[in-house]
Design a binder for this molecule. Structure first.
Ligand SMILES: NC(=O)c1ccc[n+]([C@@H]2O[C@H](COP(=O)([O-])OP(=O)(O)OC[C@H]3O[C@@H](n4cnc5c(N)ncnc54)[C@H](OP(=O)(O)O)[C@@H]3O)[C@@H](O)[C@H]2O)c1
Length: 327
């Protein structure tokens, strides 16, 4: 392997233009880590937050952006038993995906599902780990329950709609245009609510309320989500695009036995991420292998055009996932 690689770094906190090509040393895998020759890297909203200076990498993680990638195992560190050099994988990363080479824990990689391209495989880990752990492991969504996901056309939303549907839930979603709503219905949502013209609280009350809500918007959605929940319902918060501070009547939680919780994936322990990966391997990868669930692909940009990829994501014009072609 070469000693140096091409990567995209955040030159200073700011807009998409601060992303620039650079040369960096090729990372070396440590104990239980694999080194991956990156084929494609996924782009996620948290990358844009990191670039803007509001989402610092956890201690020990690469300062380069990029939380997921597909590629080929190029080297293995001491203690690696799961993978061999030459295996094709897609992997959750603590950072560093916008580069020709990256290292990650062996238990955070999964095989490339049958029939998927390397571009599609790169689009899987971040949203599948996030949706599975929040919606099924934490909020406990069950078959037959009513599930509401906000931002249905986002990377997270398109994944959540498909997984909830595949697990037998009734799926409701919100999105910001009729075109996005149509895409959500095509993915399996029973009803997609254009939040610019329709009140999601009224729409959910009309069907009996949501048993589980996955929300990334926050702000005034918090009290509205509480109203949209059915008794015993669970609101799971994964971001606060509209801000984290609101006034909320907590008596509702007590009287209607509601739960509000949240999580972020990136700072969790290796063991916690490995536990999520194991559930994905047994419960979700068979659905991907069978073509029952697939990533919704928006656009692919060359690594050198990472700034354009971020600008597209922040325009919110996209539907599904944006990826970078690294090789
Ligand atoms: N907690 C975790 O572990 C975790 C992990 C991954 C991602 N996330 C979060 O999940 C969210 C979705 O991530 P993603 O990568 O799927 O992003 P994405 O594809 O860019 O989706 C964001 C979507 O949210 C909608 N939206 C609603 N209100 C918005 C607002 N005020 N500002 C911007 N967009 C707004 C937009 O669609 P409309 O046109 O319909 O408004 C947009 O398409 C992000 O907030 C991200 O930070 C959390």
């Amino acid at each position: 392997m070469e000693d140096t690689m091409r990567a995209v770094e955040i030159s200073e906190p700011g807009g998409p233009e601060v992303l620039r090509l650079c040369d960096r040393p090729v990372p070396v895998p440590g104990a239980e880590q694999i080194a991956i020759t990156v084929d494609h890297a996924g782009v996620n909203r948290p990358d844009a937050l990191q670039r803007a200076g509001s989402y610092a990498p956890p201690p020990g993680a690469s300062d380069l952006p990029g939380l997921e990638a597909s590629g080929v195992v190029a080297a293995i560190g001491p203690g690696v038993t799961r993978w061999a050099v030459g295996d094709k994988v897609c992997a959750l990363l603590p950072g560093g995906g916008y580069a020709e080479n990256v290292v990650t824990h062996q238990d955070h990689a999964l095989p490339v599902p049958k029939g998927l391209s390397m571009a599609e495989a790169a689009a899987l880990p971040e949203t599948f780990f996030t949706v599975w752990s929040n919606v099924f492991m934490r909020a406990g969504l069950k078959a037959g329950q009513r599930f509401l996901v906000h931002g249905g056309s986002s990377g997270i939303g398109t994944t959540a709609i498909q997984l909830a549907r595949a697990m037998g839930a009734r799926v409701f979603t919100t999105a910001g245009s009729d075109e996005k709503c149509a895409a959500c219905v095509a993915l399996g949502a029973e009803q997609a609510i254009n939040y610019r013209s329709e009140d999601f609280v009224a729409a959910m009350k009309a069907v009996g309320g949501a048993d589980v809500i996955l929300d990334m918007v926050g702000g005034d959605y918090l009290p509205r989500n509480v109203k949209a929940l059915a008794d015993d319902g669970h609101l799971q918060q994964i971001a606060f695009l509209n801000g984290p501070k609101v006034e909320l009547n907590f008596a509702q939680l007590m009287v209607r036995r509601l739960t509000i919780s949240g999580s972020t994936l990136r700072p969790q322990s290796d063991a916690a991420k490995a536990a999520i990966a194991e559930e994905l391997r047994t419960r979700v990868w068979p659905l991907l292998d069978a073509g029952r669930v697939a990533p919704v692909m928006d656009q692919t940009f060359p690594l050198a055009e990472a700034a354009k990829a971020h600008a597209r994501m922040e325009s919110s014009a996209h539907i599904g996932k944006i990826v970078l072609q690294v090789r």
